[in-house]
Design a binder for this molecule. Sequence first.
Ligand code: SAM
Length: 285
Amino acid sequence: MNYRHAFHAGNHADVLKHVVLLALCDALTSKPAPCFALDTHAGRGLYRLDGEAAQKTGEAQDGIARLIAETPRQPAIRRYLAAVQACREQHGAHSYPGSPWLLAHALREQDRIALCELHPEEAQVLGSHFEADPRMAVHARDGYAAIKALLPAKHGAQKFARGLVLIDPPYEAQLDEFDFALAALREGLARWPQGMFALWYPIKQRRSLHTFYRKAAGLSAKSSLLLELLVRPDDSPLRMNGSGLLLLNAPWQFDGLMQPALAAMAGALGETGASARVEWLKAPL
Ligand code: SAM
């Protein structure tokens, strides 16, 4: 396990993932019923963009820093920038929120959040951030296995009808992470068919993803939506040219909400040839 998210925090992929994550949380909390969120690959929860790791790659400069400089007026992006600002007011001007911090920020007192992180040091730091928050449970364990253990979502006698599973693996070269993730989605849907599931994936060349798209379209979800941001043309297999989220059981009219947000991100973060795509693999009936 060599991956450390501190090198990549706040890059264009985090911007896409975190804008969408907040919009999903807002859809969930638009109804009073309590909801459950499972973050299977949580990372350390909070990052420092002036730290050695982030400074070494400079990736946040082309991500969150550029978005702040451009300040698109699109509502989903303003919502995200306000959350980053809230994080900075609490933790300092160079901080950047990970998905656990954003879940804690966007969800309510009656909601519950489970965070899994396999790397012992990252899990320890993650636990230290949220030990005083009774809504959060940190598990130093394999997030894929946690889908079996923690779904269908319940807290004591309480069962959750609504909620979200975020699967955000590192895609380290030696693992076939796409297959692991698809198997996890299959398992998760079998256990919690009404849950929303969001899987993040990197894009080098889109054409190499066709098998993944075909398998994703065959999952038993009611709907299946792709949200993709390419910050440059996907003409090189050697680097990450963009990323996407596969979203199963998306909220009502989520495609229309996300289309202008992704277009604004492509405009603010993209080089020549950047593009955004919001596309149903399986449209809701
Ligand atoms: N979701 C985080 C965010 O948006 O702030 C970033 C997560 S990072 C991309 C992936 C994390 O997954 C790393 O911290 C890595 O240590 C952890 N990890 C790798 N394999 C794992 C597994 N099987 N189960 C749980 N965590 C894992």
